[in-house]
Design a protein around this ligand. Structure first.
Ligand SMILES: [Zn+2]
Length: 76
């Protein structure tokens, strides 16, 4: 299985799940590329977008984004 790597938001046709982690307080939230694509454009790089995001808990801009393959419904 090839490694799952996302560079731009439009990679993998936007079919993946994003885990945003705040480096300051370790607050974690899960989102979808659709949300960020509408905000920043689909050609934006994932890491650039993550840097622009503000943590909803502590308000700092120290988010890192990790892309994971989409979770399939019905499987554990
Ligand atoms: Zn935070």
């Amino acid at each position: 299985m090839p490694p799952f790597h996302i560079d731009k938001l439009s990679d993998e046709f936007g079919q993946y799940t994003l885990i945003l982690t705040c480096e300051a307080c370790k607050h974690e939230r899960v989102t979808v590329p659709k949300m960020l694509g509408a905000l920043c454009g689909w050609d934006a790089k994932l890491q650039d977008v993550a840097r622009r995001l503000r943590c909803s808990k502590c308000g700092k801009k120290q988010c890192t984004a990790k892309a994971v393959p989409p979770r399939r419904a019905g499987k554990p």
